[in-house]
Design a protein around this ligand. Structure first.
Ligand SMILES: [Zn+2]
Ligand SMILES: [Zn+2]
Ligand SMILES: [Zn+2]
Length: 149
């Protein structure tokens, strides 16, 4: 079992979610995928493995994983990807929301996650200048990954 699968199962258990077969199948798929996946792409992949999980269940599973901070949603297409950095990570622990930032390769679609480092002062500055209380933010960087350069 990969670290992500193990972690996801533990976190779901801790939060009183049952580890159902469909939940486990979706977690396994997300673990293997280097690209973000839509609910329908998840459905297609499960279909091709001969696993029949209906689309409504897949949407619910994605919601559940998102609430448990196990996946990130890509803003431009609403697809989801696993959280790679992890809950034991310091910058993750101290956040009420799920804040890791994404590096998205425009050539191959690979997504990498990076820490929140350096963003806090920017947020403070924006709050100061706008008198707006910021609760959350999203940040995605688009470009070309190492293997596509
Ligand atoms: Zn993350
Ligand atoms: Zn690439
Ligand atoms: Zn952030």
């Amino acid at each position: 079992m990969s670290d992500y699968i193990e972690k996801a199962i533990n976190i779901l258990k801790e939060n009183d979610f049952r580890i159902t077969t469909p939940r486990k199948l979706v977690i396994k798929l997300l673990d293997k995928s280097k690209e973000a996946l839509s609910a329908y792409e998840i459905k297609d992949k499960l279909d091709s493995q001969g696993k029949d999980v209906d689309i409504v269940s897949i949407y619910r599973i994605i919601d559940c994983l998102e609430k448990n901070k196990l996946v990130h949603r890509v803003l431009s297409n609403s697809k989801v990807m696993k959280c790679q950095i992890g809950h034991e990570d310091e910058c993750h622990k101290h956040q009420e929301y799920h804040c890791h930032h994404l590096l998205i390769c425009q050539k191959c679609g690979t997504i990498e996650e990076i820490h929140c480092a350096g963003i806090a002062p920017v947020i403070k500055k924006v709050e100061h200048e706008s008198s707006f209380k910021i609760k959350t933010h999203n940040l995605e960087f688009y470009g070309v990954c190492k293997s596509c350069l």
